[in-house]
Design a protein around this ligand. Structure first.
Ligand code: SF4
Length: 203
């Protein structure tokens, strides 16, 4: 049974409830994993992806598959540095399974996104990150209300005192990264993130 307190004071207590959350299953959605977890809670940067893939769902750890490797290469961080630097969250936290077409992973429904935003809102309130990196179109839309990658990748936004620097999804599933101009924008965004981390003594 899903537990949600009226308020949380620490990420330890939040994760205690988040790791057993079944809100979407209880609402009738066919999730194929338990929520992905963080192992440490002392980061000052917040990575916000779309949803775990099959590998992340199995391991219950974020960014374990090929997309995670690409993301670390863009940011020039090894695994240890990456998990030390970023608290990793996503629009939804459980592997959503395959869509009816069988191609790729199912995009979480608006209701699932809404159910899971409870955890994001509390994480941001407790962690108060100085840097937020939304990864991919859905995460950018949920966080900044912006549609599409054009015009926002390569720029810095401000949200409640944090710098927000969007990245495209490193899986490349959308094909957006195929255009050389978009790869340049991605490199610019990654440079902005590294700069921001350095400015905060973390790069
Ligand atoms: S996706 Fe989020 S809200 Fe839905 S069951 Fe998983 S952790 Fe809970």
């Amino acid at each position: 049974m899903t537990r949600r307190k009226a308020s949380y004071r620490s990420l330890t207590s939040l994760q205690h409830d988040l790791r057993v959350c079944r809100a979407c299953v209880e609402a009738g959605y066919p999730l194929e994993s338990w929520p992905v977890r963080n192992e440490r809670f002392d980061q000052h940067a917040y990575m916000y992806g779309q949803a775990p893939g099959i590998v992340e769902g199995d391991e219950r750890r974020p960014w374990r598959g090929r997309a995670g490797k690409t993301l670390r290469r863009w940011l020039d961080l090894d695994e240890e540095e990456f998990y030390e630097t970023f608290y990793c969250a996503s629009v939804t936290r459980c592997y959503p399974g395959r869509p009816a077409s069988g191609r790729g992973d199912r995009t979480p429904t608006p209701r699932e996104q809404e159910l899971c935003s409870f955890w994001r809102d509390w994480e941001l309130r407790i962690l108060r990150p100085t840097l937020i990196v939304p990864v991919g179109g859905l995460a950018i839309k949920r966080l900044l209300g912006l549609s599409g990658l054009n015009g926002c990748v390569g720029r810095t936004y401000e949200l409640d005192g944090a710098s927000v620097i969007p990245l495209p999804h490193p899986s490349g599933a959308s094909g957006w990264l195929n255009a050389p101009a978009n790869r340049e924008l991605t490199a610019r965004a990654a440079a902005l993130i590294r700069e921001e981390l350095r400015a905060n003594g973390r790069g």
